[in-house]
Each structure stands twice: as C-alpha cells, then as structure tokens.
Ligand binder design. Structure first.
Ligand SMILES: NC(=O)c1ccc[n+]([C@@H]2O[C@H](COP(=O)([O-])OP(=O)(O)OC[C@H]3O[C@@H](n4cnc5c(N)ncnc54)[C@H](OP(=O)(O)O)[C@@H]3O)[C@@H](O)[C@H]2O)c1
Length: 380
C-alpha cells in the first residue's frame, strides 16, 4: 500500500502504525507540553502536528504560542474533534500532496470562538461553532479549487486545544445539537447529507442502501431514516448489524458471510433507489446488483480500482445514475445542522479518547472494531 493506492484503505488496512501513545507524546524539545492551563488569547496551547507523516507514531504533541486570528480567521477553543478515514491517510502521508510536518490534522470539530480577525462579522466571540471542511465552498456547484482551503489537509485542522480556522467556513452550532454530534457534521455528516438530499433527492418511502458501519454510512442511516426512507445497511459484523437495527435500520446484511449481498438485497427489497457507495469501486458491482430501476448510486468511498474492472451490471438495463461527490458546501452544512437540531439526531459514536490519546484514537479508528465515529474530547 502506498499513498497513490490509498483512498479507500480506510480502517480496513491498519498496517504498520504501531506507535502507541508514548510515541506521539514525544513533544518537540524546545516546547515541552505541560498540562492544560486556562487559555486566554493569544496564550500558549497544545496542538498535534502530523510530523513526518509516515504513520500514526509520527504525530507530535507540541506547545506553541497560538497565533492571533488574522483577517478572515477565527480563533477557537476546541471541545471535540472527529476522525475520518482520510485523516488516517493524511497522517500516513498518503493523501494528495505533501504537507509541512507542522500541519495540524482533522477536518471535523466543534468549539467556542475566543477571538475573531478583522472583517469577521458572521460569528462572534463566545459562539459555539463548527467549520465546513472545504472552507471556501460556500454554495453552488463543486470546483476542485476548493482544495486550496481544506481544513486538516491544505490548512490547519482541529487537533489542538486552541486552533485558528478560516472564518469563511465557520458556522454557529444550534443549541439542540450536542458536541459529540457537532464534532462529526463537517466531514461524515455533510457527505451523507449531500449524497441523500442534494444528489439523490431522497423522498419518504425510498429504499436507501448504505455500506458498512463507518462514519459516513451511519450518518447515512440516521439521515435517511429522518427523511422517511427504508434503510438497508451492510456490515462484516453481526453485532454491529444488531446495533444498526436498534438505530432504525430496516434490513441488514452481513457482507462477509453473504458474498452475493447485492442480489440478496435486490431480492429482499425490490431494489434500492439510492446507494451511498461508501466503499468505492471494489463494491460497485454488488451495489449495482442491489439497485432498483432508475436508482442513483453516489460514489463516496475512494477505494482503488479492483484488479478486475467493474462490470457495472444493470447500468444500462436499469438506467442507473452514477455520481461522485466531495464532502459538501457550507450551505449544505447549515442545512444539515438545521435538520439535526429539528430531528434531535445524535451521531453514532464508537469511541471517545482524551486529547493526549490522539495516537491511540487513530489506532482504534484504524482497527475498525467500532461502529460510527471515533472522537477526541479536548477537555479530557
Ligand atoms: N467523497 C467524499 O466526500 C468522502 C467523504 C468522507 C469519506 N469518504 C470516503 O468514504 C469512505 C468511508 O469513510 P468513513 O470515514 O466513513 O470510513 P470509516 O468510518 O473508517 O468506515 C470504515 C468502514 O467501512 C466498512 N467497510 C469496509 N469494507 C467494506 C465492504 N467491502 N463492504 C461494506 N463495508 C465495508 C467497514 O464496516 P464494518 O466494520 O461494518 O464491516 C468499516 O468499519 C472512505 O473511503 C473515505 O475516504 C469520502
């Protein structure tokens, strides 16, 4: 496996990251990391750097003078952050271009604004906020230029006690949305939202298939149920499937035991109208077998091409639509937050780690023994 081959490695291929907490806590010599003190801007605060990005053990906890927010930036005291599959790839050095070792990872989080830079008027000190991960994609159609301001990738992310974020992406979090949920909306949540509501235009009564019990897929389950859909979900684990039924899944299939899961789902449900393809091209054929006529498959997972190219069964006969997406815009994130508050949706959380346990959190996420999201509680 290498960086080109990533995209889809997700948690299934933990490989070679045996660092452990101790490795990650080896802080930079000139900046020992003391326990957390009350923060008063600008102040010193601890952040995690990706280091040389060769594996989780290269993460470094450092104490630094927090830069004040410049024009168009906000300074945020972080409450919680969430880990996604791509964060694992970023820390391993597999995700797109090289990054400076001082890059702060993580694209999802929630915190309180403690200072705003010049020109920032749409959020105020004291507000609880999250931030769109493509922070300059405000609305309208996707454009790859959005990668220029990609939180946790091309600009610093959430894994610090206090971080500077691009104000253009920052949004207040409604009161009814808890921190655990707010910490996962800007990565996994809005991806599932865009797939269901912007691309596939889910309607009550639709059958939605979502693959595996990872972050995006469990958000897909919650949002599809809130939209009145019937939800089919797959997993390698019967225990996780039982958990998904408790969360409202109508049909569950163990994809490891039933290699013909696509045909099984079609036979049992009459076919899915919408597929959240959260694995990628390696499962595309089975997903297409699961489809009803005129279904929409939304490509989310980024696994590399399998050795045998996808045959795309039913593509023409069933008139299937295939669309890939990249996360979501700030407007989509705002719509998601409204829906989450109105429906009292709570993210599926499979593990919560303390701030100093970031390396262990990455290892836990990579092992994929959990369902849903892995979080870091920055106040613990
Ligand atoms: N396009 C975008 O905007 C976008 C946004 C976010 C994520 N992604 C991509 O979407 C994928 C999922 O991301 P994530 O953060 O949700 O990952 P994650 O939380 O790490 O989820 C991983 C889960 O995938 C499931 N899985 C693995 N192989 C599977 C298979 N053959 N069939 C069904 N399920 C399988 C496993 O579920 P079980 O343990 O239940 O078997 C595993 O727990 C990644 O490739 C990620 O890079 C893309």
């Amino acid at each position: 496996m290498n960086r080109r081959e990533f995209l889809g490695t997700t948690a299934m291929a933990a490989g070679g990251a045996a660092g452990g907490i101790a490795a990650g806590l080896a802080t930079e010599a000139e900046a020992p990391a003391p326990g957390r003190e009350p923060l008063d801007p600008p102040g010193r605060a601890r952040v995690w750097h990706i280091g040389e990005a060769g594996g989780f053990e290269t993460l470094r906890l450092v104490t630094r003078e927090t830069p004040g927010p410049r024009r168009g930036e906000v300074l945020v005291d972080v409450h919680m952050s969430g880990l996604a599959a791509r964060d694992q790839a970023i820390v391993r050095g597999w995700f797109l271009e090289d990054k400076p070792p001082t890059r702060i990872p993580l694209s999802e989080g929630v915190g309180t604004v403690v200072a705003v830079g010049e020109g920032v008027t749409h959020v105020a000190v004291g507000e609880r906020v999250t931030c769109a991960h493509f922070a300059r994609w405000i609305s309208g159609a996707w454009d790859p230029v959005n990668y220029a301001v990609d939180v946790g990738n091309t600009v610093d992310g959430w894994l610090g006690e206090r971080v500077v974020l691009p104000a253009s992406g920052v949004l207040p979090v409604p009161e009814g949305v808890d921190d655990r949920t707010a910490a996962t909306v800007s990565g996994s949540g809005v991806t599932a939202w865009q797939a269901l509501h912007e691309v596939a235009r889910v309607r009550a009564g639709d059958t939605v298939l979502t693959l595996g019990t990872g972050g995006v897929s469990t958000w897909g389950l919650l949002l599809a149920k809130a939209a009145g859909a019937r939800v089919v979900i797959t997993s390698s684990s019967d225990e996780k499937l039982a958990q998904m039924r408790e969360l409202g899944a109508d049909v569950t299939v163990n994809y490891r035991r039933h290699r013909d899961w696509g045909e099984r789902i079609h036979a049992e449900t009459g076919g899915a109208n919408i597929v959240l393809e959260t694995v990628g091209r390696i499962t595309l054929d089975r997903s297409m077998e699961a489809c009803a006529n005129n279904a929409t498959l939304v490509m989310i997972g980024t696994t590399p091409l399998p050795e045998r190219l996808p045959q795309m069964p039913g593509l023409y006969v069933r008139n299937l639509g295939l669309r890939a997406i990249s996360n979501g815009s700030r407007d989509m994130l705002a719509a998601l937050l409204r829906a989450v508050a109105a429906n009292r949706i709570e993210a599926v959380v499979g593990g919560v780690f303390g701030f100093e346990e970031a390396v262990a959190a990455f290892e836990y996420a990579a092992a994929a023994d959990h369902a849903g999201k892995v979080l870091i509680d920055h106040r613990r």
